[in-house]
Design a protein around this ligand. Structure first.
Ligand SMILES: [Zn+2]
Length: 274
């Protein structure tokens, strides 16, 4: 603002210096060029002033300009689709809690920008989840699920890739990185990476689903409802994403090309709520 004020003062003084000597000699016909010159000077000074101020506005929001790899994280289920449940623990709530923690912890992983498919207890189709990845020009896609089993003894975390992928391709490598890091962060039993048919076979970007524990096994059910353990899962998944990005050399992009989301079906984690 002070720079802009200075510009205004300069324009006033230049007007004075032009107006002084011209008063005696100038006839009515010679007024017009003077007015034009003064106007041009004022416009030039205004443009200069705006240009001088412009970089300061950009400097106010450096984070939005920082290139990052766009990762869509999908908290599975939601709304009337609770997913697996046991003793009052609902898969849809655990997945949302973990994904929301990933969004809030993402600042610890500066090369990665997390976009959630949902930030509330919202029902979404697989098509809508895929559409978020498409709209956001996502480079990676990670779904978060909770596992269930008939016997209350199954333990551990596993990561799934669509069965159209073969070991060693980008999706498998991504799933491997996520699985390794989330096991390291939680100390959970390592159930490995597995192939399974899924609705995400249409995604051309590396995609995986992390099944972060068994809601049907009492000791894991208790952990899955514990915010501290949810945070360990979230940090492990973020570490896995970050490790894959570094190892595979995924190119960060500018956030300015983001397309706004609509209809309240989806929401961004950072500072936005539906
Ligand atoms: Zn599920």
């Amino acid at each position: 603002m002070d720079r802009f004020g200075g510009t205004c003062d300069l324009s006033v003084s230049s007007r004075k210096s032009y107006g002084g000597p011209m008063k005696k000699a100038a006839g009515p016909t010679s007024r017009l060029p003077v007015v034009l010159i003064v106007s041009a000077a004022v416009i030039a000074l205004l443009i200069f002033g705006i240009k001088a101020i412009w970089p300061r506005h950009e400097g106010l929001t450096p984070s939005s300009k920082t290139p990052a790899v766009i990762v869509v994280v999908d908290p599975a289920h939601g709304g009337s689709d609770a997913g697996s449940s046991s003793e009052g623990a609902l898969e849809k709530a655990v997945t949302l809690a973990v994904a929301s923690k990933m969004a809030s912890l993402a600042s610890e992983f500066p090369g990665v920008r997390i976009v959630l498919t949902r930030a509330a207890d919202t029902e979404m189709s697989d098509e809508q989840r895929i559409a978020v990845a498409s709209d956001e020009a996502a480079q990676l896609f990670l779904a978060v699920h909770v596992n269930a089993f008939g016997q209350p003894t199954a333990l551990g975390i596993e990561t799934l890739v669509d069965s159209t992928h073969k070991a060693g391709d980008a999706a498998w490598t991504f799933a491997d990185a996520v699985q390794k890091a989330v096991i390291a962060a939680t100390g959970a039993k390592n159930r490995g990476v597995k192939a399974q048919g899924s609705s995400f076979s249409r995604l051309t970007i590396p995609a995986a689903s992390a099944l972060v524990g068994f809601v049907t096994t009492p000791e894991e059910r208790a952990k899955l409802s514990d915010p501290a353990y949810q945070e360990s899962i979230a940090r492990g998944l973020l570490r896995g994403i970050s490790d894959y990005v570094a190892a595979a050399g995924v190119t960060p992009v500018s956030a300015t090309q983001t397309i706004p989301l609509d209809k309240g079906q989806t929401a961004k984690p950072a500072g936005k709520s539906p």
